[in-house]
Each structure stands twice: as structure tokens, then as C-alpha cells.
Design a protein around this ligand. Structure first.
Ligand SMILES: C[S@@+](CC[C@H](N)C(=O)[O-])C[C@H]1O[C@@H](n2cnc3c(N)ncnc32)[C@H](O)[C@@H]1O
Length: 187
């Protein structure tokens, strides 16, 4: 179907199918967009709460950057917003890696440590999380010590309180997880 328009969604335009009486109005599209975003957010929170309840940890919840204190030379930071456990599981399932026991998994900017605990469901050699916000790092340490899950396959999970830019990565095979596209690039 072809459309002719008087502008994009942003500038309040509306689109009409050429030669067709149907009109798609911006308010309807905006409403559908908001509904989809709301559903996605609710599903994500429900998954987070389920993860926390079944592992006896606390990783869910948004933490704004002004609520935390930075370690080392971290001059500015980013909000904490945890990744869905299913997202990391999908990523790991698609990795072209034969034997995970040869690899150390590193979460750069690990927050409260949720990805470390999801990674612990796999037979990694070791799991490391680097986080420069003190409050989040301490919560990650608490979560690691409280974590109980029958499907755990990696016992060696460590939370490091440091700026990832200053962290010296171990000289071993690594799988790096970097969820935030605004984190600095590591050479
Ligand atoms: C969006 S959260 C992601 C948390 C976790 N990786 C996850 O996926 O659930 C990004 C985290 O990166 C941390 N962060 C940002 N820059 C960092 C840096 N240079 N060194 C260490 N942590 C950093 C923030 O404090 C925040 O907790």
C-alpha cells in the first residue's frame, strides 16, 4: 500500500493511503506505541522479579546515576537498568563457542550483578563483574553471597569495584558482555 504524508510522527503529520479512504492518525499510532512499550516494560519487570524471587537476590529496579557514588576515576556514570535474564541466555545460546569451561565471562558495568548470576547457569571457568558505583557493587556482592539456585554451574563469581577503563583484564580467553552502548570503548 502506498502512503502520501504531510509530515512524520514527530512533527504531527498524518499519512493517507493513496486512493484509499483509510487514514492513520498520529494519536492512534502514538497510543499503540505507548501500549507496546508498556507491555514490554511490564514483561521485563515480571521476569526480573521472578528471577530475584527464585534466586533470593535483589537485582530488579532502576537506579538513577545521581543516587550512586563512583569509584576510582569515574567522572560520570550511567543509570542502572538491568538486562532481562532471557536476553543474556539468548546471546549465550548463539555464541560460536564449543567449550565454555575455557572462558571467563566479564560483565563490564555489572550493576547489581544480575548478568553474573545468569552467567553462573553456564559452565564458565570464572565470572567477573566490574562496577564503579559503590552502592551497586555492594548490592552485587550481597547478591552473590545470597544466590541459591539448583541450576548453578559456575561457582567462581567475583564482583570487582573499579572503573572498567582502569581494570586489567586477565590474560585468558574472555567473553565480554557490554550492555550499554554509551560505555567507553575498550582498546
Ligand atoms: C545499564 S547498567 C547494566 C547492568 C548489567 N550489566 C545488566 O546488564 O544488567 C550499566 C552499568 O554500568 C556501570 N558503568 C558505567 N560505566 C562504567 C565504568 N566505566 N566502569 C564500571 N562500571 C560502569 C553503571 O554504573 C551501571 O551500573
Amino acid at each position: 500500500m502506498f502512503f502520501e504524508g504531510t509530515g512524520g510522527y514527530e512533527n504531527g503529520g498524518e499519512f493517507r493511503p493513496v486512493g484509499d479512504a483509510i487514514r492513520i492518525h498520529q494519536p492512534i499510532l502514538t497510543w499503540v506505541g505507548k501500549l507496546l512499550t508498556g507491555i514490554r516494560t511490564a514483561l521485563s519487570r515480571a521476569e526480573g522479579w521472578w528471577f530475584d524471587a527464585t534466586r533470593r537476590v535483589q537485582t530488579e529496579g532502576y537506579v538513577a546515576v545521581y543516587q550512586v557514588t563512583f569509584a576510582a576515576s569515574g567522572e560520570s556514570g550511567y543509570d542502572y537498568s538491568p538486562t532481562r535474564p532471557s536476553t543474556l541466555r539468548k546471546i549465550l545460546a548463539g555464541l560460536p563457542v564449543a567449550d565454555l569451561t575455557e572462558y571467563t565471562f566479564v560483565d563490564i558495568g555489572s550493576g547489581k550483578g544480575r548478568m553474573l548470576l545468569v552467567a553462573a547457569e553456564y559452565p564458565f571457568r570464572k565470572i567477573v563483574g566490574i562496577e564503579f558505583a559503590g552502592e551497586l557493587h555492594r548490592q552485587a556482592e550481597q547478591n552473590i553471597s545470597r544466590y541459591r539456585y539448583a541450576g548453578r554451574r559456575c561457582a567462581d563469581v567475583e564482583a570487582v569495584h573499579a572503573d572498567a577503563m582502569e581494570y586489567v583484564f586477565p590474560d585468558t580467553k574472555l567473553i565480554l558482555f557490554l550492555c550499554y552502548d554509551r560505555l567507553p570503548t575498550l582498546d
